[in-house]
Design a protein around this ligand. Structure first.
Ligand SMILES: [Zn+2]
Length: 315
């Protein structure tokens, strides 16, 4: 059975035909339109362009935003025009195909747990480190969403009381210390307070990517910033492990491309900070198998499993 996964991002709508092994057969991309009706139309056009060429059974949408408990409605998505829109039902009626909806981090978590770095794990956590932290928990193969569908907000666990302010309204959230944005902020702080020379000083506003490149080239300030990120990653992993005791934690997101610069140190911090350190099994910490396509593969997989569950229930 083939299904289509659609990653509805702030800049681009990416739709792919995915097979039962998580392999992508073809992808269609369009720029994300600015209004809700145009967005629905753009998704429908992308899906039809693929469905004309492949016999697809269902569609899965991955959205960066709040999804209702029944996963039919997008309540709020900061980078999209949808506000309380019954996206799944509107698109299902338009396309004549079953449509499922999922938060994009959860979809990425499913892709990793079915086919990727956490394949087959009973308790798997995804920590996607990009501009912020996206988190997902897959427990016994099921996405854990909490009672109201908003769990887990791993990026907003408070690690530092009265720490850096976060857009969520709190201070000291994990993602303010462990993200691409945080990496840049830490490097700027180190330059300001230590006066240490750095190639980053020539840049008006260094980004996380700039810091990662400078660290790879041996810049001492960038390396210190990377060591700070590793420390906070380890501290946060220890909290995640204390609550969920995962078998595997998958580190994804854009920053995971620089994992060779921080992962070993992060694992040491995690192993030292977790409750009962030295006297308990630790989670395996692995880099994600999938980069950008993770959400598309996970959404398509959830769509396929939805169709299979319906046909099992009927037979
Ligand atoms: Zn926050």
């Amino acid at each position: 059975m083939l299904t289509i996964g659609v990653d509805v991002g702030g800049t681009c709508v990416r739709a792919s035909v995915v097979d039962p092994h998580g392999e992508i057969l073809q992808t269609h991309r369009v720029a994300t339109p600015g209004t809700g009706p145009e967005l629905n139309a753009a998704i429908a056009t992308s899906v039809r362009a693929l469905a004309d060429r492949y016999p697809v059974a269902a569609v899965g949408l991955a959205v960066a935003g709040f999804v209702s408990e029944d996963r039919r409605v997008v309540r709020f998505a900061p980078h999209l025009a949808w506000r309380h829109v019954a996206v799944a039902d509107e698109l299902a009626a338009r396309l004549g195909l079953p449509v499922v909806l999922e938060h994009d981090a959860n979809a990425a978590g499913v892709a990793e747990q079915r086919f990727g770095a956490a394949a087959g794990a009973k308790v798997a956590a995804l920590v996607a480190i990009g501009t912020g932290i996206g988190g997902a928990l897959v427990i016994d193969g099921e996405v854990f969403r909490g009672a109201h569908g908003v769990a887990p907000e791993l990026g907003h666990l408070r690690l530092v009381p009265d720490g850096r302010p976060c857009a969520c309204g709190k201070k000291g959230c994990w993602e303010r210390y462990c993200s691409g944005t945080a990496l840049a902020a830490t490097a700027v702080e180190i330059m300001r307070t230590s006066g240490e020379p750095s190639t980053l000083a020539a840049l008006p506003e260094p980004t996380g990517v700039d810091v990662a490149e400078a660290a790879a080239a041996g810049d001492p300030v960038a390396r210190r910033a990377m060591a700070e990120l590793a420390r906070w990653l380890g501290e946060g992993l220890a909290l995640v492990a204390d609550v969920y005791d995962p078998e595997v934690v998958v580190i994804g997101g854009g920053v995971s491309g620089s994992a060779h610069l921080f992962l070993d140190a992060a694992i040491k911090h995690y192993a030292a900070a977790v409750t009962g350190a030295g006297h308990r099994p630790l989670a395996r910490v692995s880099v994600a198998r999938y980069g950008d396509p993770a959400a598309v593969i996970g959404a398509a997989t959830l769509a396929r499993e939805h169709v299979l569950a319906i046909s099992t229930a009927r037979s």
